[in-house]
Design a protein around this ligand. Sequence first.
Ligand SMILES: [Ca+2]
Length: 196
Amino acid sequence: MVLCLQSECLYDYIRIEDLSSEPDAERFTRLLCGHHPTPVTYAISGHVANVSFFTDYDTTGRGFHVEWKAVNTSQCKNQWLNEPSGILQSINYPISYLNDLVCKTVISVPDPSRIWLKVIDLDLNEHEANCSDNLTLYLDENDASYSVVLCAWNNSDTPLQFLSLTNQTEIVFKSDHFHNGKGYQIIYKTGERFIF
Ligand SMILES: [Ca+2]
């Protein structure tokens, strides 16, 4: 995208806004101008988005190109998995998850099998220092205190790995109503013995 450069977007710009929020609510609105050689991605939680293009009387650029994709939020319903292995990932991964989500996944396998989880990717809370977007792994179906809350990428070279204490585990992803990131991707396997 190349539009007339001005840090506050006073001249030529596009405005992207969420038109589906309540009139009194804080509406998602972004102004874009200048030169963006790499794609800029936004995830709008509502079901109606408006993209407006404004130009002034002077100076032009190459213009802009916008692509959009509707995300089916029913993918974030509670799901129950019995397969012995699989991949879990956040809705719309790896582009960007949406705001205000609560997505629950239960993996349940026959006893005495256990569930091994390996975090391949975790990108939450962009621009945020808190843990308001998080992924909680409940490793014991009978005791919620055996849980791990993940909200930032582990910078070490060793991937995060977890083993359930029972034959059932629950993974809950929550996002607040500001900012987002690429999301998460986890692989899981099940079995009675694991060698690390
Ligand atoms: Ca957030």
